[in-house]
Write a protein that binds this ligand. Structure first.
Ligand SMILES: C[S@@+](CC[C@H](N)C(=O)[O-])C[C@H]1O[C@@H](n2cnc3c(N)ncnc32)[C@H](O)[C@@H]1O
Length: 233
Protein backbone atom coordinates (compact mmCIF):
# COMPACT_ATOMS: atom_id res chain seq x y z
CA UNK A 1 0.00 0.00 0.00
CA UNK A 2 1.55 3.34 -1.02
CA UNK A 3 -0.21 6.61 -0.26
CA UNK A 4 0.52 10.23 -0.91
CA UNK A 5 -1.04 12.92 1.24
CA UNK A 6 -0.54 16.59 0.37
CA UNK A 7 -1.41 19.46 2.71
CA UNK A 8 -3.12 17.10 5.07
CA UNK A 9 -2.95 17.98 8.75
CA UNK A 10 -1.73 15.04 10.77
CA UNK A 11 -1.40 14.85 14.53
CA UNK A 12 1.87 13.02 13.89
CA UNK A 13 3.91 16.13 13.21
CA UNK A 14 3.73 17.44 16.75
CA UNK A 15 2.39 20.83 15.84
CA UNK A 16 -0.24 22.58 17.88
CA UNK A 17 -0.95 23.47 21.44
CA UNK A 18 1.62 22.28 23.95
CA UNK A 19 0.11 19.66 26.26
CA UNK A 20 2.24 20.30 29.34
CA UNK A 21 4.13 23.07 31.10
CA UNK A 22 6.36 23.66 28.03
CA UNK A 23 5.34 27.03 26.60
CA UNK A 24 5.87 26.29 22.88
CA UNK A 25 4.86 23.62 20.36
CA UNK A 26 7.28 20.68 20.30
CA UNK A 27 8.70 21.38 16.83
CA UNK A 28 10.16 24.70 18.05
CA UNK A 29 12.39 22.78 20.49
CA UNK A 30 13.34 20.18 17.86
CA UNK A 31 14.44 22.95 15.49
CA UNK A 32 17.35 23.75 17.81
CA UNK A 33 17.74 20.23 19.27
CA UNK A 34 16.54 21.47 22.65
CA UNK A 35 15.59 17.91 23.59
CA UNK A 36 14.71 18.65 27.21
CA UNK A 37 12.20 21.25 26.00
CA UNK A 38 10.94 18.80 23.37
CA UNK A 39 10.42 15.99 25.90
CA UNK A 40 8.52 18.37 28.19
CA UNK A 41 6.35 19.56 25.29
CA UNK A 42 5.50 16.00 24.21
CA UNK A 43 5.08 14.52 27.72
CA UNK A 44 2.06 12.22 27.91
CA UNK A 45 1.48 12.05 24.16
CA UNK A 46 0.05 8.97 22.52
CA UNK A 47 2.24 6.51 20.57
CA UNK A 48 2.92 7.44 16.94
CA UNK A 49 0.42 6.28 14.33
CA UNK A 50 3.09 4.47 12.28
CA UNK A 51 4.02 2.46 15.38
CA UNK A 52 0.39 1.56 16.10
CA UNK A 53 -0.10 0.54 12.46
CA UNK A 54 3.00 -1.65 12.32
CA UNK A 55 2.13 -3.38 15.62
CA UNK A 56 -1.35 -4.13 14.25
CA UNK A 57 0.27 -5.62 11.14
CA UNK A 58 2.48 -7.87 13.27
CA UNK A 59 -0.62 -8.94 15.21
CA UNK A 60 -2.09 -10.31 11.95
CA UNK A 61 1.20 -11.98 11.08
CA UNK A 62 2.48 -13.51 14.32
CA UNK A 63 6.20 -14.01 14.82
CA UNK A 64 7.77 -16.40 17.27
CA UNK A 65 9.95 -13.61 18.60
CA UNK A 66 8.86 -10.01 19.13
CA UNK A 67 12.02 -8.12 19.55
CA UNK A 68 12.18 -4.40 18.69
CA UNK A 69 14.62 -1.53 18.64
CA UNK A 70 13.22 1.94 19.31
CA UNK A 71 15.89 4.15 17.73
CA UNK A 72 15.72 7.73 19.02
CA UNK A 73 13.16 6.65 21.60
CA UNK A 74 12.98 10.04 23.35
CA UNK A 75 10.92 9.86 26.51
CA UNK A 76 9.42 6.56 25.40
CA UNK A 77 5.91 7.10 24.02
CA UNK A 78 6.45 4.28 21.49
CA UNK A 79 8.63 2.08 23.73
CA UNK A 80 5.89 2.02 26.39
CA UNK A 81 3.30 0.91 23.82
CA UNK A 82 5.51 -1.92 22.53
CA UNK A 83 6.10 -3.15 26.09
CA UNK A 84 2.35 -3.02 26.79
CA UNK A 85 1.81 -5.21 23.73
CA UNK A 86 4.30 -7.85 24.83
CA UNK A 87 7.38 -6.86 22.83
CA UNK A 88 10.95 -6.95 24.09
CA UNK A 89 12.38 -3.50 23.41
CA UNK A 90 15.91 -2.17 23.16
CA UNK A 91 15.45 1.60 23.42
CA UNK A 92 18.27 3.83 22.17
CA UNK A 93 18.65 7.59 22.42
CA UNK A 94 21.53 10.05 22.36
CA UNK A 95 20.17 12.32 25.10
CA UNK A 96 20.43 11.31 28.79
CA UNK A 97 17.21 13.15 29.66
CA UNK A 98 15.26 10.93 27.24
CA UNK A 99 16.60 7.76 28.89
CA UNK A 100 15.99 9.24 32.37
CA UNK A 101 12.39 10.09 31.51
CA UNK A 102 11.87 6.66 29.94
CA UNK A 103 13.06 4.83 33.07
CA UNK A 104 10.77 6.89 35.29
CA UNK A 105 7.60 6.31 33.24
CA UNK A 106 4.81 4.66 35.20
CA UNK A 107 3.28 2.93 32.16
CA UNK A 108 6.14 0.61 31.20
CA UNK A 109 4.16 -2.63 31.29
CA UNK A 110 6.77 -5.31 31.83
CA UNK A 111 10.04 -3.43 32.50
CA UNK A 112 11.93 -6.75 32.47
CA UNK A 113 11.44 -6.68 28.68
CA UNK A 114 13.22 -3.33 28.35
CA UNK A 115 16.90 -2.63 27.78
CA UNK A 116 18.20 0.90 27.21
CA UNK A 117 21.25 2.39 25.60
CA UNK A 118 22.53 5.95 25.61
CA UNK A 119 24.30 6.28 22.25
CA UNK A 120 24.56 8.66 19.30
CA UNK A 121 23.30 7.44 15.92
CA UNK A 122 26.75 8.19 14.57
CA UNK A 123 28.40 5.50 16.75
CA UNK A 124 25.66 3.04 17.68
CA UNK A 125 25.81 -0.67 16.84
CA UNK A 126 22.41 -2.23 16.33
CA UNK A 127 21.54 -5.77 17.44
CA UNK A 128 19.23 -8.01 15.35
CA UNK A 129 15.51 -7.25 15.66
CA UNK A 130 12.09 -8.02 14.16
CA UNK A 131 10.99 -4.38 14.22
CA UNK A 132 13.11 -1.27 13.99
CA UNK A 133 11.02 1.76 14.91
CA UNK A 134 12.50 5.22 14.39
CA UNK A 135 9.78 7.83 14.94
CA UNK A 136 10.83 11.34 13.87
CA UNK A 137 14.44 10.64 14.83
CA UNK A 138 16.47 9.77 11.69
CA UNK A 139 16.50 13.35 10.27
CA UNK A 140 18.68 14.23 13.26
CA UNK A 141 21.48 11.85 12.22
CA UNK A 142 24.51 13.73 10.88
CA UNK A 143 24.25 13.61 7.04
CA UNK A 144 27.73 12.11 6.57
CA UNK A 145 26.76 9.19 8.85
CA UNK A 146 23.26 8.60 7.50
CA UNK A 147 24.15 6.00 4.86
CA UNK A 148 26.13 3.98 7.39
CA UNK A 149 23.27 4.14 9.89
CA UNK A 150 20.73 3.11 7.25
CA UNK A 151 22.93 0.15 6.18
CA UNK A 152 23.01 -0.95 9.82
CA UNK A 153 19.23 -0.60 10.10
CA UNK A 154 18.74 -2.82 7.04
CA UNK A 155 21.23 -5.37 8.38
CA UNK A 156 19.69 -5.39 11.89
CA UNK A 157 16.13 -6.17 10.72
CA UNK A 158 15.62 -9.91 10.28
CA UNK A 159 14.10 -11.09 6.96
CA UNK A 160 10.33 -10.67 7.30
CA UNK A 161 10.83 -8.02 9.98
CA UNK A 162 9.79 -4.40 9.54
CA UNK A 163 10.93 -0.79 9.64
CA UNK A 164 8.51 1.86 10.88
CA UNK A 165 9.10 5.57 11.23
CA UNK A 166 9.68 8.80 9.35
CA UNK A 167 12.15 10.27 6.91
CA UNK A 168 11.98 13.95 6.02
CA UNK A 169 11.80 15.35 2.50
CA UNK A 170 13.90 17.95 0.76
CA UNK A 171 11.15 20.61 0.88
CA UNK A 172 10.87 20.53 4.68
CA UNK A 173 12.01 23.80 6.34
CA UNK A 174 14.70 21.96 8.31
CA UNK A 175 16.37 20.67 5.12
CA UNK A 176 18.47 23.84 5.02
CA UNK A 177 19.95 23.15 8.49
CA UNK A 178 23.37 21.62 7.77
CA UNK A 179 23.28 18.90 10.43
CA UNK A 180 19.98 17.34 9.25
CA UNK A 181 19.42 14.34 6.94
CA UNK A 182 16.65 14.93 4.39
CA UNK A 183 15.87 12.96 1.23
CA UNK A 184 13.96 13.15 -2.02
CA UNK A 185 11.15 10.66 -2.59
CA UNK A 186 13.28 8.95 -5.24
CA UNK A 187 16.12 8.48 -2.74
CA UNK A 188 13.70 7.15 -0.12
CA UNK A 189 12.40 4.62 -2.63
CA UNK A 190 16.03 3.55 -3.25
CA UNK A 191 16.67 3.26 0.49
CA UNK A 192 13.60 1.02 0.73
CA UNK A 193 14.71 -1.38 -2.04
CA UNK A 194 15.57 -4.14 0.48
CA UNK A 195 11.95 -3.92 1.68
CA UNK A 196 8.41 -4.39 0.48
CA UNK A 197 6.76 -1.00 1.09
CA UNK A 198 3.56 -1.41 3.11
CA UNK A 199 2.99 2.30 3.77
CA UNK A 200 4.69 5.34 2.23
CA UNK A 201 2.58 8.33 3.12
CA UNK A 202 3.93 11.70 2.00
CA UNK A 203 2.71 14.61 4.12
CA UNK A 204 3.31 18.17 2.98
CA UNK A 205 1.76 21.18 4.70
CA UNK A 206 2.37 24.53 6.32
CA UNK A 207 2.51 24.96 10.07
CA UNK A 208 3.07 27.83 12.40
CA UNK A 209 3.86 28.22 16.09
CA UNK A 210 2.09 30.57 18.48
CA UNK A 211 4.51 33.42 17.59
CA UNK A 212 3.74 32.95 13.91
CA UNK A 213 7.03 31.18 13.11
CA UNK A 214 6.40 29.20 9.90
CA UNK A 215 7.39 25.58 9.42
CA UNK A 216 6.88 23.76 6.15
CA UNK A 217 6.47 20.04 6.85
CA UNK A 218 7.56 17.49 4.26
CA UNK A 219 7.47 14.11 5.96
CA UNK A 220 7.35 10.50 4.75
CA UNK A 221 5.56 8.08 7.08
CA UNK A 222 6.92 4.61 6.38
CA UNK A 223 6.17 0.98 7.14
CA UNK A 224 8.21 -1.56 5.19
CA UNK A 225 8.84 -5.28 5.44
CA UNK A 226 12.32 -6.64 4.78
CA UNK A 227 12.56 -9.16 1.95
CA UNK A 228 13.63 -12.72 2.62
CA UNK A 229 17.02 -13.56 1.00
CA UNK A 230 16.63 -13.77 -2.80
CA UNK A 231 13.15 -12.17 -2.69
CA UNK A 232 12.49 -8.96 -4.63
CA UNK A 233 9.49 -6.63 -4.58
C1 LIG B 1 12.00 14.47 17.50
S1 LIG B 1 12.57 13.44 18.80
C2 LIG B 1 11.58 11.98 18.58
C3 LIG B 1 11.46 11.20 19.86
C4 LIG B 1 10.48 10.05 19.83
N1 LIG B 1 10.90 8.99 18.93
C5 LIG B 1 9.10 10.56 19.43
O1 LIG B 1 8.54 10.04 18.47
O2 LIG B 1 8.61 11.45 20.09
C6 LIG B 1 14.16 12.93 18.19
C7 LIG B 1 14.92 12.03 19.17
O3 LIG B 1 16.15 11.66 18.57
C8 LIG B 1 17.19 11.81 19.51
N2 LIG B 1 18.40 12.17 18.74
C9 LIG B 1 18.56 13.27 17.97
N3 LIG B 1 19.77 13.26 17.39
C10 LIG B 1 20.36 12.12 17.81
C11 LIG B 1 21.60 11.50 17.53
N4 LIG B 1 22.48 12.07 16.68
N5 LIG B 1 21.89 10.32 18.11
C12 LIG B 1 21.00 9.72 18.95
N6 LIG B 1 19.79 10.25 19.25
C13 LIG B 1 19.49 11.42 18.68
C14 LIG B 1 16.75 12.93 20.44
O4 LIG B 1 17.41 12.85 21.70
C15 LIG B 1 15.25 12.70 20.49
O5 LIG B 1 14.91 11.85 21.54
Amino acid sequence: MTNTTQNHESTDTDLGTPQSSAPLPAFVYATTRDWEGYFEATKGREPRQTLLDVLDTFDQDPLLQRCAIDLGCGEGRDTAEMLRRGWKVHAIDGHPDGIKRLISREDLGNPANLTMQLAPFEAVELPACDLLNASFSLPFCAPDHFDHLWAQIVEAIRPGGRFSGQLFGERDSWATIPDRSHHTRARIEQLLEPFCIEQLKEEEREGQDCDGIQKHWHVFHIIARKHAPGQHS
